[in-house]
Design a protein around this ligand. Structure first.
Ligand SMILES: [Zn+2]
Length: 384
């Protein structure tokens, strides 16, 4: 008689289908003072814009040549058709993007440059996310990761924001709903509020959007949402947007606490038949765009928890969509760790080369407890 406690695994349980297209490297965001595009004239060395192709090249190569590579299958992405974009975005906004491309480019809002080549890369990012979702819906694979840029989660139905033009995850979610899924949960761990995705489904009770982010508030007219706990959705969607604004310095223990204390019970009650994890490695301890303290271990844990939610609720169906993450080396390592967690591997495949920042866990935990208190009367969390 076997004493093994692990359930038998099919090969699909230990496989991630990666969707990618090299055309996305053609989005050139330029140089300047950080993400401003400005050359003040007195600096010899200007930064590459943080959302540059180098970060994605390292993510690509660590997946191709890192120790996780035997667990991955590769698939080619594709450009989205213009018609496919109207499921999430308005025609007016899409026309605005097409026109900006035709005129040679435009800065839509702070740091958000549509340059020559950017529009085609945006279409590829959107189409690649759609292709990955279709792969899961067709039953060709259970877990897919879509390596895309420009990122998408700030792009709202009517406007660009925060380096994003098209909402790649939002389009994939709407496609799932249009193709027979009843309810989709989106868990967004990018360090910034996933305001675009939240806005797209703010009046829907078919999509539970949950965002764990740095407490950065609104950042102007392109990002009017504050990401606060008060933004819980409207009309039919009341109670179906959960914001978890975490204090600066929240790290592995704080994120795990929020995932187990708030996210998992909400997903349990929602009973989704599709799980979408929106990942940004800008929640790491070394990101120039974030002030959180996640390390590879924290990302691994988030991957594990999300996988267990998918196994429990959506028959293991899980789409992972790439967003931010701007440290050129550590973002790649943290992506590797996230996917290790998603694969539920018994031991880490890579050690963390640089983690050493301390985490102020007691304050984060206090804040998460107070968020939980605030949200306890929101329908999705009532009685838990
Ligand atoms: Zn971000």
């Amino acid at each position: 008689m076997s004493t093994a406690t692990e359930a038998p695994c099919s090969s699909e349980d230990r496989r991630i289908h990666v969707f990618w297209h090299e055309g996305m490297l053609q989005h050139d965001t330029g140089k300047g003072v950080f993400d401003s595009g400005i050359d003040p004239g007195f600096l010899d060395v200007l930064d590459k814009h943080p959302e540059n192709s180098d970060r994605i090249k390292n993510m690509l190569s660590i997946l191709k040549r890192g120790p996780i590579s035997p667990f991955l299958s590769w698939h080619s992405g594709r450009p989205a058709l213009i018609n496919e974009l109207y499921s999430f975005h308005t025609r007016e906004y899409i026309n605005e993007l097409i026109e900006a491309d035709r005129c040679g480019g435009r800065e839509f809002c702070s740091g958000t440059f549509l340059n020559p080549g950017s529009w085609h890369a945006s279409l590829l990012a959107a189409g690649t996310a759609l292709a990955a979702m279709k792969h899961i819906l067709d039953g060709s694979g259970k877990i897919a990761y879509t390596l895309v840029r420009p990122p998408g989660h700030h792009a709202q139905p009517t406007q660009a924001d925060g380096y994003c033009f098209l909402n790649n995850a939002g389009l994939a979610v709407q496609f799932a709903l249009d193709t027979g899924c009843r309810k989709v949960v989106v868990v967004d761990i990018d360090v910034h509020y996933g305001n675009g995705t939240a806005e797209g489904f703010y009046r829907s009770n078919k999509v539970l959007t949950v965002s764990l982010h740095m407490n950065h508030g609104s950042w102007g007219s392109s990002h009017p949402q504050s990401g606060s706990v008060e933004e819980v959705g409207e009309e039919e969607g009341f109670g179906y947007n959960l914001n978890i604004p975490l204090p600066n310095g929240t790290g592995d223990k704080g994120y795990k606490y929020a995932m187990t204390k708030i996210v998992a019970p909400a997903v349990q009650k929602f009973e989704p038949d599709m799980v979408v994890l929106v990942v940004g490695q800008d929640s790491s301890a070394f990101d120039p765009n974030g002030r959180q303290c996640l390390t590879m271990e924290g990302y691994r844990e988030i991957g594990k928890i999300t996988r267990s939610l998918a196994d429990k609720h959506s028959d293991g169906r899980l789409l992972i969509v790439q967003e931010g993450g701007y440290h050129v080396t550590y973002s790649a390592y943290c992506l590797h760790a996230t996917l290790e967690g998603v694969l539920n591997l018994p031991h880490p495949l890579l050690t963390d080369p640089i983690a050493y920042y301390p985490e102020q866990e007691s304050y984060s935990i206090q804040v998460i407890d107070s968020i939980e208190q605030y949200q306890k009367d929101v329908p999705i969390l009532k009685g838990i």
